[in-house]
Design a protein around this ligand. Structure first.
Ligand code: AMP
Ligand code: ZN
Length: 479
């Protein structure tokens, strides 16, 4: 098997994966900031992480992934204060919404999903460690990390710190690229805003300290992999490195993986630009969960993903093609026997798929391996060179691919139903469809083909696919 190589932002190179604990990969993932529903740009990054963890498991690793939920942040505090409710109450809806969205997209739940507000004590303890080492200072009740005491600052984002004036501070959670300043570990309380009474004084944590504290609590002082979108490399991840390594004296993370952005009309999709679609927006427009999952995983994570309607249409067709192929393998009749050519062809696709993912999770090449296989086997079926005993072997390969891609289960309606978004108004019920099909069969038997064609058209217009089987039976499904 090909060695797994991942592109490490820290070294800017492809490197072999070498976990600290052999056989186990420990991953920390920056999760959503829950002041609104996550958008599909966010899910681009989360889908990448899902493919990564599923691939590592397919290679026999056990995975320990921790994802945080940022439920304390400037925007959350302001929004909760404006709504006159507590931050837990304010964020609950969005946390639940995020978990539901993950389920709709077949994202595996990380082993731990942890909230910042449940870990204030861990953050306080980490800040105390930094204080004891003389790496912090206090100003107006807020505690800052003194960047000049951490010479390696900038090593991840390759940011130039030489122009930084010692002692310049930044208070807000988000700030401009290239603007290097001492950052707040702990923020003094402001009137009307939520705060905690702690050993280091009243206040609330800065955004960066939460990830360092939670990552090290659950995964140890050196993690194998840390993931996030590219926008997080600076300042968030740079600050995580500074706090963590300054406190422990050990490397914080071996491999940093950053997903490129999903863009729309040439711009990053982001809540602040207001150009977002949530998953629910797309579902309400009639797009299926599997379509969105396919689209988001189809472009390798280090390339920008340009989101378009056309892309959605292609994704939908691609998923259909995979599902129809497996249906054909399971239901069509093939000549008896087994053919070595088909077996070899399938084995080659399996090897190509695995090698593509081992090459820095190259999903585009992995998908090409599958679609080439589908094309070749369809041709073999048409030429009657694909034989009966080849079918279960091909199904097994498709299922193996799907352990990572998670596209084959025809459960889109079920997922939409769970979100209350299944569009039932123009949908025929199963008994209505069965009745129409029976009527069509009867019409055909009476050789009333005009009537049978009319019924078929009616079903097609209602989004039902009708398939006449060789044995005379009829199968149908929702498109
Ligand atoms: P946030 O909720 O803003 O903290 O972001 C959650 C995750 O989504 C982070 O890893 C971000 O880097 C990532 N992210 C935000 N916007 C995009 C985008 N347009 N494309 C891809 N990833 C994004
Ligand atoms: Zn983080």
């Amino acid at each position: 098997m090909t060695e797994i190589q991942l592109h490490n932002t820290l070294t800017n190179r492809l490197e072999p994966l070498t976990p600290v604990h052999p056989g186990e990969v420990r991953i920390y993932t920056c999760g959503p900031t829950v002041y609104a529903f996550a958008h599909i740009g966010n899910f681009r990054t989360f889908v990448f992480q899902d493919i990564l963890r599923r691939f590592l498991r397919s290679r026999g690793y056990s995975v320990m992934q921790v994802m945080n939920v940022t439920d304390v942040d400037d925007r959350i505090i302001h929004a909760a204060a404006a709504a006159g409710i507590g931050i837990r109450e304010y964020t609950e809806k969005y946390i639940q919404g995020f978990l539901e969205d993950m389920d709709a997209l077949h994202l595996e739940a990380p082993e731990e999903v942890v909230r910042a507000t449940d870990h204030i004590e861990d953050m306080v303890a980490l800040i105390e460690r930094l204080q004891q080492k003389g790496l912090t200072y206090t100003s107006d009740g807020s505690i800052y990390f003194r960047i000049s005491k951490f010479p390696a600052y900038g090593k991840l984002s390759k940011i130039d710190v030489s122009g930084m004036k010692t002692g310049t501070r930044v208070d807000v959670d988000q700030y401009e690229k290239d603007d290097v300043r001492d950052f707040a570990l702990w923020k003094a309380p402001k009137a009307g805003e939520h705060f905690w009474e702690t050993r280091i004084g009243p206040g609330r944590p800065g955004w960066h300290i939460e990830c360092s504290a939670m990552a090290m609590k659950y995964l140890g002082e050196t993690l194998d992999i840390h993931t996030g979108g590219v926008d997080l490399a600076f300042p968030h991840h740079e600050n995580e490195i500074a706090q963590s390594e300054a406190a422990t004296g050990h490397p914080f993370v071996r491999t940093w993986l950053h997903a490129e952005h999903l863009i729309i009309d040439g711009q990053k999709m982001s809540k602040s630009l207001g150009n977002i679609y949530t998953l629910r927006d797309l579902f309400a427009k009639g797009h299926k969960p599997s379509t969105v999952r396919f689209l988001l995983l189809s472009v390798p994570y280090r390339r920008q993903l340009n989101f378009t309607e056309d892309g959605l249409t292609q994704a939908r067709n691609a998923v259909e093609r995979l599902r129809n192929f497996v249906d054909r393998l399971k239901n069509a009749q093939f000549p008896a026997g087994s053919s070595p050519e088909s077996h070899e062809r399938i084995e080659k696709a399996e090897a190509d798929f695995d090698a593509a993912l081992a090459d820095d999770i190259n999903t585009a090449v992995a998908l090409a391996a599958i679609f080439d296989l589908v094309r070749d086997l369809n041709t073999a079926v048409d030429q009657q060179t694909f034989l009966q005993q080849d079918a279960p072997r091909a199904v097994a390969a498709m299922e193996k691919f799907d352990a990572i891609l998670a596209l084959l289960a025809d459960d889109d309606d079920e997922k939409l139903q769970k979100l209350g978004l299944l569009r039932s108004r123009d949908r025929l019920s199963a008994p209505q469809i069965e009745a129409l099909i029976a009527e069509r069969t009867a019409a055909k038997r009476r050789r009333e083909f005009k009537r049978s064609d009319e019924i078929r058209q009616q079903l097609t217009d209602s989004g039902i696919l009708v398939e006449d089987m060789k044995d005379g039976s009829v199968r149908w499904k929702y498109k």
